[in-house]
Design a protein around this ligand. Sequence first.
Ligand code: HEM
Length: 147
Amino acid sequence: GKDKELIRGSWESLGKNKVPHGVIMFSRLFELDPALLSLFNYNTNCGSTQDCLSSPEFLDHVTKVMLVIDAAVNHLDDLHSLEDFLLNLGRKHQAVGVTTQSFAVVGESLLYMLQCSLGQAYTAALSQAWLNMYSIVVAAMSRGWAK
Ligand code: HEM
């Protein structure tokens, strides 16, 4: 329906430039919750957003996140087919110290990135459509925390 059209239409251009858009999203995330920086313990510790952004491993993670979003957008008609993948992804995030509460701030950062990138095309209906899809992704990932 309308939600899917809004999501696909807006992702068409953003998805072609994953890293820059992912960087906007994660810069916002660290602004909203700087404590999350410490969860990225690569060779060089991410002491600041700048440290993080200059770490190739961190930029790889940005790409990984964007590819999961890309997969969700490409599976809007059968999101449940990603359930097992997302549950396992949740498990991996539990293992690195992420809590499910952080996903709300990640969602806020995703919307912030969309707003920055889409300008006038960012509407209430569009943000709601994205939030609906993101909620499904997060719900599936969150099952990775259950026993
Ligand atoms: C892996 C942190 C959110 C997708 C990882 C790793 C860390 C991490 C430390 C392991 C090292 C690495 O692969 O770089 C975080 C933090 C997040 C977050 C702190 C936010 C609070 C997300 C989100 C997604 C995602 C929202 C996608 C929707 C991935 C993927 C991997 C990964 C695909 C690789 C898993 C694998 O190796 O199979 N994350 N992450 N992450 N993350 Fe995240």
